[in-house]
Design a protein around this ligand. Structure first.
Ligand SMILES: [Zn+2]
Length: 251
């Protein structure tokens, strides 16, 4: 199985690949938003690139470029964050689907890697409705994703509240694996350590109200070896989700 980067190819090459049966395209939806004092703003997009590629490899699919802006209103108190309004995001999602549907793809897989994108993605997916000849799969189970991440970190004995939903141990470990040169562990500090239900109830008022550094969890526990396993586990989890959606697909 191989994957192909859509944006590194010419249109005749893409056309030929689709004609010869490569009918699936994966589209990750990341963000440009603060991730504490120790991780770069591109964290969710880097994870989108990597996990999207891993999934595309399993599916013998194309990988479209990660959308590097998402819905990040609750991070705007922190310098550099760029946020799309939800209606803008929904329109972008619809336009991406509309474009890809013109080229003969049979399956489009929408893959958010930033929490704020899940609800508007679900809504955009519902607005698009069924399209003849194209199967669209949108991964919209944010809680399922978080549970899967915590199962992985649990293997290393990390408590879910420390593994964290944002810039905590899980994301820090993954970034130490993928972009260690962009991680500053000396600046890593313990963030908000509430439960996920507490986080869900409070974060919409702005992350600065939970932790002044913008962190949920404890990034100081991060390590690259764990991050490598977290990434593999996440790709396994998403691959299984795709198979569960439609086990009649042939790859
Ligand atoms: Zn993130």
């Amino acid at each position: 199985m191989t994957a192909l980067h859509l944006d590194r190819m010419t249109w005749p090459e893409i056309s030929e690949q689709i004609r010869s049966g490569r009918g699936t395209v994966v589209v990750p939806f990341g963000s440009t938003e603060q991730h504490g004092r120790h991780l770069p703003l591109g964290t969710d997009s880097v994870i989108g690139d990597e996990v999207g590629w891993g999934l595309a490899e399993r599916l013998n699919a194309f990988l479209a470029p990660t959308l590097r802006f998402g819905c990040s209103e609750h991070h705007l108190a922190f310098a550099g964050t760029i946020s799309l309004a939800e209606d803008t995001f929904r329109k972008v999602v619809r336009d991406i689907i509309r474009s890809l549907c013109k080229h003969g793809f049979q399956r489009i897989i929408l893959l958010p890697t930033h929490g704020g994108n899940f609800a508007p993605l679900r809504q955009a997916f519902a607005e698009v409705g069924p399209i003849e000849g194209v199967k669209i799969l949108a991964f919209t189970d944010l809680e399922g994703l978080i549970r899967a991440a915590f199962r992985s970190s649990g293997k290393f004995g990390v408590d879910p509240v420390k593994s964290g939903a944002h810039a905590g141990e899980w994301e820090t470990s993954v970034m130490l694996c993928l972009r260690t040169e962009l991680v500053n562990m000396e600046r890593a500090s313990e963030g908000f350590l509430g439960s996920i239900s507490e986080v869900m109830a409070k974060f919409t008022s702005g992350l600065e109200n939970l932790d002044q550094n913008g962190v949920l969890g404890d990034p100081r526990m991060g390590n690259a070896e764990a991050g490598k396993i977290y990434l593999k586990d996440l790709v396994d989890f998403l691959h299984q989700w795709v198979l569960d959606q439609d086990n009649s697909w042939q790859y």
